[in-house]
Design a protein around this ligand. Structure first.
Ligand SMILES: O=P(O)(O)OC[C@H]1O[C@H](OP(=O)(O)OP(=O)(O)O)[C@H](O)[C@@H]1O
Ligand SMILES: O=c1[nH]c(=O)c2nc[nH]c2[nH]1
Ligand SMILES: [Mg+2]
Length: 165
């Protein structure tokens, strides 16, 4: 792991589901929304939870990649938003969902596609926070968020071993 990440914030599936539901609660006061746009891949899971909670059946995707594990590269738009959504009123009434905002580079690119849409993430770091309309939990910029689909159970050495290491 890159040394710029000083802290880690591991998130279990349970915790992620709770946080995505909390996001849906908060968004229920911000709508109504006629469609959800999930920012793949990380946005697919919270988009499903939020769409289920808010009764939204129209789900679109925008496919964006920027990180190779923890290293940020150029933002690549692998698939744009469908014309039916992108061409309609600047995205008014559309809810864009991603798992997290870090530097804000991904959010900036997607916001340009739908300037009037509402942008929501479950987690936010300070540099990206101004680009998000609604989020649930903020973590510091030097924290790496470990999402549940990127993890598996492993042995944890006893605390005493670490203290004497
Ligand atoms: O604010 P930024 O610095 O742009 O970082 C945030 C983005 O990075 C991650 O996606 P990633 O590009 O790793 O692709 P993935 O969703 O397929 O994992 C995350 O899911 C966000 O979309
Ligand atoms: O799993 C992730 N955790 C993060 O903290 C992060 N920042 C950008 N992209 C990320 N992916
Ligand atoms: Mg992503």
């Amino acid at each position: 792991m890159d040394e710029k990440w000083q802290k880690s914030f591991p998130v279990s599936w349970d915790q992620f589901h709770r946080d995505a539901r909390a996001l849906a609660w908060r968004l229920s006061a911000a709508g109504p929304f006629h469609a959800v746009v999930a920012v793949t891949r990380g946005g697919l899971v919270p988009a499903a939870v939020v769409a289920r909670e808010l009764g939204i059946r129209v789900i679109e995707s925008v496919c964006v990649a920027s990180y190779e594990y923890d290293k940020q590269g150029e933002i690549q738009v692998l698939k744009p938003i469908s014309e039916a959504i992108a061409k309609k009123d600047g995205g008014k009434g559309v809810l864009i969902v991603d798992d997290l905002v870090d530097t804000g580079a991904t959010a900036r690119v997607v916001r340009e596609m739908l300037p009037k849409a509402h942008f929501a993430t479950v987690y936010a770091k300070p540099a990206g926070r101004p680009l998000v309309d609604t989020f649930i939990t903020e973590v510091s910029q030097d924290t790496w968020i470990y999402l549940p689909w990127d993890m598996h159970l492993t042995f944890a050495p006893p605390i005493g071993d670490k203290a004497t290491a």
